[in-house]
Design a protein around this ligand. Structure first.
Ligand SMILES: *Cc1c(COP(=O)(O)O)cnc(C)c1O
Length: 457
């Protein structure tokens, strides 16, 4: 098909939109390793998990078999307010690069939360409401997840308590106000409100917090308050299930015009957008029906896939959560203070970790100055101001398109543009003022954290 026949933006009609989520675990021969109880080292049972998570979400978390989950009508109705998200042909970027590659991006920033996180937030809030709960607790780092969850909770009239990593709370006061506009309460973490927060503050006075630490606080509040459960915006199997809507829409849009991607690229923090984007493509790959090159992109300053260990580790700093087998840098790992690009979680989705270990996907790490260069280059030709997280994927998409320019290959590249960067202007400012630096941890530094991994096998 010639370029002219393919629209600038491919949208799906309402009747073409997915009505089920796809569970890639059903097609994995090697299933992701189960969550373990840190006390007994036995797989977590549904009963144990149901003290922390909503019942329906526990079922989804543990279900390695059901291939398709019908999306409840209430969630489909909410999705219709901001989905389908556009699949955009980056004609302007291609022209600017002078590449024969065809570049598409799936843009998830077209909603007030500014990211893909709303896809799972609305699902998790729905199941909490259906169970008759009063509210949910969570953590947020950069703020996108907290915002998405606040929106979802206000829609279903649920109470929402957000522990926000202190450094972000102070650097991004407007993020906090958006969450409060939707009725959430926002506490900087670590706080004096929880036992684990007080313990962390006593051990590290003046700490600016971390995601792992905010998770511990949110879990403590959920399990100690009747009618509350904890929800998480990434990493978990259930989150990847909900995010499969990204990949299902992408695949439907490409199929509509007979386009077959050669390469699919996404940034990876905890793995939810990437896991969602690649889900149906990975399914074909696992079933031997098609092949795609799949690339996860992570920050060089927080390189869980490329330099982490595949091992059981705690999901949080306070060690109150179950153990997950994943590519991890160790649960106390915190990226260097100059790191501004997001994607700062120490671990990675168990599903993606298993797929990566089995050789179904690759990973690359990129330094933040290169990431912001790509972000700026993209903004100037495609208009959208990308989130720094998303710009990791842009970086590798541009690198791959430039390789095509050298070889003359007309590869089709699809990448996930997960969100917008309006709240990241402090980071952009540092970049523009030439004050942004790169920090790559040494092997010796990483070894210190790796040595502290819990002994499981
Ligand atoms: C949270 C976030 C990410 C990273 O999280 P994943 O779970 O790895 O997808 C990427 N981009 C944006 C815009 C985000 O808000």
């Amino acid at each position: 098909m010639s370029n002219q026949e393919i629209p600038y933006k491919i949208y799906l009609t309402e009747s073409e939109m997915p009505t089920t989520w796809y569970n890639v675990r059903a097609d994995m021969k090697n299933k992701p390793a189960p969550l373990l109880n840190p006390g007994t080292l036995q797989p977590m049972t549904a009963e144990e998990l149901s003290g922390v998570f909503c019942d329906e979400l526990v079922k989804q978390e543990l279900d390695n078999e059901t291939r398709h989950y019908p999306i409840p009508q209430e969630i489909l109705d909410f999705y219709k307010m901001y989905r389908p998200s556009p699949l955009v042909r980056a004609y302007c970027l291609e022209k600017k690069l002078g590449t024969p590659a065809k570049i598409y991006y799936k843009f998830e920033g077209n909603n007030t939360s500014g990211s893909h996180k709303l896809n799972s937030a609305i699902a998790q809030a729905y199941y909490a409401k259906k169970q008759g709960l009063k509210g949910v607790t969570t953590e947020t780092g950069a703020g996108q997840w907290g915002t998405a969850l606040s929106m979802a909770c206000s829609y279903f009239e649920l109470d929402c308590k957000v522990f926000m990593v202190k450094v972000s709370y102070e650097q991004k006061p407007f993020r906090r106000e958006v969450m409060r506009t939707y009725g959430a309460s926002v506490t900087p973490s670590p706080s004096m409100e929880t036992e684990v927060g007080r313990r962390i503050l006593a051990a590290h006075p003046g700490t600016t917090g971390s995601l792992g630490c905010a998770i511990s606080e949110a879990v403590e509040v959920a399990v100690s308050n009747p009618g509350y459960r904890y929800v998480l915006g990434s990493v978990l199997n259930q989150v990847l299930l909900h995010q499969s809507v990204i990949g299902l829409e992408t695949k439907a849009a490409l199929d509509k015009y007979g386009i077959k991607p050669d390469m699919i690229i996404g940034c990876a923090g905890g793995g939810s957008n990437l896991g969602g984007l690649i889900a149906p493509f990975m399914g074909e790959k696992l079933r031997g029906e098609a092949d795609y090159q799949i690339i996860a992109v992570e920050p060089a300053s927080c390189p869980s896939f490329t330099r982490g260990k595949y091992a059981y580790d705690f999901c949080d700093t306070g060690m109150v959560c179950p153990l997950a087998k994943m590519y991890t840098l160790g649960s106390d790992f915190i990226p260097a203070p100059n790191h501004a690009g997001g994607l700062r979680y120490h671990g990675m989705s168990s599903i993606l970790s298993q797929l990566y270990d089995d050789g179904y996907m690759e990973a690359r790490s990129v330094t933040q100055t290169k990431v912001f260069e790509a972000a700026e280059q993209f903004a100037r030709v495609e208009g959208i101001l990308p989130a720094p997280e998303s710009a990791h994927a842009i970086r590798v998409a541009i690198d791959e398109a430039m390789k095509c320019k050298e070889t003359g290959e007309e590869k089709t590249i699809v990448f996930g543009l997960t969100g917008t960067g309006y709240f990241d202007m402090v980071a952009y400012e540092k970049f523009h003022d030439g004050l942004m630096t790169d920090y790559i941890p040494t092997d010796e530094e990483l070894a210190v954290y790796a040595a502290k991994l819990p002994k499981v096998e």
